[in-house]
Ligand binder design. Structure first.
Ligand code: GDP
Ligand code: MN
Length: 374
């Protein structure tokens, strides 16, 4: 789960990584130039708090003075950038940039350690840096005595001793905070100001979604599905809450995982998933649909059945029952093959419910309809 920039910066601040002073503004808040006095500055940066990483290039970052603050803040709060409605701004002091660096820590499962990545050519995406300046990337596993090696490589890249000392300190802090269920902590750009100070001008912090129960303050998204796992368990169904928009139902853990991978492969994001297990009857299928649809972030339903012990006609009956009795308010895509598929497909046809035999086609359709029904 990606935190918003200002949430990430709050964590940075807690760990003594320097960040610009700033304030959150929500849609509907009073827009007053008092904020310049509050922050003690004459120039500010307005930053759209959206989960999209290239705001600078897409109009999500604006520089303002007292004269145009209100007008520009209003216009930014009315904007939609890359499909994301801007509902919140982070407003912060404008820095005098001398240089832009890139610094991040990521959890590397293959190296069984955190990796530190630094580049003196920051400001743009790490992908772009790797393409344009592969020689300017320093990558170090955060294992015993990494500081020395890191400092030396930075000095070799021409950074001053003073900057390097500070950089090592910031990296240590980043490492420290990463141990708190953080998969990625990225500062891009890490700015070297004209006053020769390092300040984190942006933040990207990704928390391990499986550890969210330890981070209640970020759970707004997940809250919507609270209690559903317990409810499913009582009915002998396995439900898992995720944070995308496609609800997934399948029979068998392996098939469900496969559905999730296929969705991800085509750019979709599961809102949750539910495994009806083997041999589920019509009522169980209806229950499964009810539970998955209770999650309000579920904008489309993807049912993926490959019948073995589970019979397609029972599943089809369950779907029909749900459509008739529960009412399905989001678009539904069904893939239905396997044991008793002829009977199952016939039931679907009699009730005018579309179905697919190919999982990939069905997955793509589900992703598309989730986007459209938002
Ligand atoms: P992103 O494009 O979504 O990654 O947003 P960033 O917060 O990284 O900002 C994009 C770019 O705007 C940075 O790389 C800087 O060049 C510029 N920028 C951001 N904050 C400041 C600031 O305080 N002062 C100046 N001069 N430029 C800034
Ligand atoms: Mn950035």
């Amino acid at each position: 789960m990606d935190l918003k920039e200002h949430q990430g910066k709050k964590i940075f601040k807690k760990y003594e990584i320097p960040v610009p002073s700033g304030k959150v503004i929500n849609q509907g808040d009073d827009l007053t130039v008092k904020i310049f006095e509050e922050l003690g500055v004459d120039e500010l940066v307005l930053k759209a708090q959206i989960p999209f990483g290239k705001r600078g290039k897409s109009g999500g970052i604006l520089f303002v003075t007292r004269e145009d603050f209100v007008e520009k803040a209003k216009s930014l709060l009315n904007k939609t950038i890359q499909g994301f409605k801007v509902e919140q701004l982070w407003v912060e002091e404008k820095l005098d940039i001398e240089k832009e660096y890139y610094l991040s820590t990521t959890l590397s499962r293959t190296d069984k350690s955190y990796m530190l990545v630094f580049s003196s050519a920051g400001g743009v995406d790490i992908e772009e840096i790797s393409e344009q300046h592969p020689d300017k990337i320093i990558k170090i596993a955060l294992k015993a005595d990494w500081q020395k090696q890191f400092a030396q490589e930075c000095l070799d890249q021409g950074l001053s001793q003073k900057v390097v000392t500070h950089l090592v300190k910031i990296s240590e802090k980043l490492h420290q905070l990463s141990r708190n269920d953080v998969m990625l902590a990225e500062i891009n750009p890490l700015i070297l100001t004209k006053q020769n100070k390092l300040i984190a001008a942006d933040s990207k912090v990704t928390l391990d979604a499986n550890a969210l129960f330890r981070h209640k303050e970020y759970q707004e998204k997940v809250k919507s599905g609270d209690g559903l796992e317990e409810e499913a368990k009582v009915k002998d169904l396995a439900y898992v809450q995720l944070d995308g928009d496609v609800g997934v139902i399948g029979n068998g853990a392996g098939l469900v995982m496969c559905a999730l991978d296929t969705l991800a492969h085509f750019g979709g994001q599961p809102a949750n998933f539910l495994d009806i297990g083997g041999g589920a009857d019509a009522d169980k299928m209806t229950e499964a649909m009810k539970i998955v649809l209770k999650n309000p972030s579920c904008k489309a339903l993807f049912i993926n059945i490959f019948g073995g012990i589970t019979k397609c006609d029972e599943v089809a009956k369950g779907i029909v029952q749900a459509v008739k009795k529960v009412g399905i308010k989001v678009p539904m895509t069904v893939r239905l093959v396997g044991t008793n598929e002829k009977q199952g497909q016939a039931i679907m046809e009699q009730n005018n419910i579309e179905y697919y035999q190919d999982m990939e086609i069905a997955a793509k359709k589900a992703i598309k309809s989730a986007k459209e029904s938002k």
